[in-house]
Design a protein around this ligand. Structure first.
Ligand code: RIB
Length: 305
């Protein structure tokens, strides 16, 4: 059965420090606990798919080092197909330095390492081995030409293409016609549309601008406010459950993994967004990236249609 979710993206080791606030330029401050935890937007999305009950294959690049090996081993334990992971012996695996403040907001710097060396031919070789692909899920922590190649390949094979345009990148506009669904957060949507999102009217205007550039469905994630969906010209706001945020790291990744999982099961786009909001709301109540990703039995699937 063709139900696999092919995640093409980054794999990092996250170095996280809790602080009272995000440091200002030039400021040195004493923080709280430090912990390491596997991350990377692509990897987080693949783990989300696997924990939420989907079939995930991950396509990415690691260095020939301990972090790369650890991340791959964890993928295997999650039941993720790792045949598409290749390694570059001359480059370290990607890492991210993350500060999380008292309100759960974060600031992230990524050293991409091997992620920056994921080439179109690596992706071609990996995708050729995935005849059961139904959905391609891709983000922007790998080279843009590789993202473009993956999206073009997936479209040609008739896969649904979900583009998570994170982190924001001013070259993403060229990719819009290749995406069936795009999932920016507020700042990414503002960059793509030129509309500052202050309320739902702004989210609708931004979504309409983005849709006009060639994407069928636009989903803008709105943090604690849930998500805004523009599909077939209809605009819908889906609120998120009210929770106390501890760490928002990877909430967007959990949203995307959950969305893809529900769509692969044949759920409607609206129901998939509700599921994704519910899954992401659980993730923000926990520290870290992959350490925060919920399992299927924890996430309510309250259907709205
Ligand atoms: O989206 C969160 C992720 O962004 C972190 O896990 C970090 O590795 C960066 O890629």
């Amino acid at each position: 059965m063709k139900n696999k979710i092919l995640v093409v993206g980054s794999i990092n080791m996250d170095m996280v420090v809790k602080t009272a606030h995000i440091p200002q330029p030039g400021e040195t401050m004493l923080g709280g606990v430090f912990f390491m935890n596997p991350g990377g937007k692509g990897a987080n999305q693949a783990v989300s798919v696997a924990r939420l009950g989907g079939h995930a294959a991950f396509i990415g690049k690691i260095g020939d080092d301990l972090f790369g090996k650890q991340s791959t081993r964890l993928f295997e334990q999650e039941g993720i197909d790792i045949t598409g992971i290749c390694s570059d012996p001359g480059t370290p695996s990607g890492i991210a330095m993350i500060t999380v403040d008292a309100a759960g907001e974060n600031s992230i710097v990524v050293a991409p390492g091997a992620n920056a060396r994921l080439q179109p031919n690596d992706v071609a070789a990996a995708l050729d081995k995935q005849p059961d692909g139904k959905i391609l899920l891709v983000q922007l922590e790998i080279p843009m030409e590789t993202v473009k190649y993956a999206a073009e390949y997936a479209r040609e094979k008739g896969l649904l293409v979900i583009l998570n345009p994170a982190p924001a990148n001013d070259r993403v506009a060229a990719l819009l016609p290749l995406a069936d669904i795009i999932t920016p957060n507020e700042s990414e949507a503002a960059l793509l549309s030129g509309v500052q999102i202050k309320d739902l009217a702004g989210a609708r205007q931004a979504a309409e601008q983005i849709a006009a550039r060639g994407v069928k469905s636009v989903i803008i994630t709105l943090g604690s406010q849930g998500a805004a969906l523009l599909h077939n010209g209809a605009f819908l706001h889906i609120p998120a459950p009210l929770v106390e945020a501890v760490d928002t790291t990877a909430a967007g990744d959990v949203f995307n993994g959950a969305l893809a999982t529900a769509l692969a099961e044949g759920k409607s786009l609206e129901d998939a967004v509700v599921f994704a909001c519910n899954a992401a709301a659980i993730a923000v109540t926990r520290l870290g990236a992959q350490s925060s990703i919920p399992y299927r039995n924890e996430v309510p699937f309250n259907i709205i249609s």
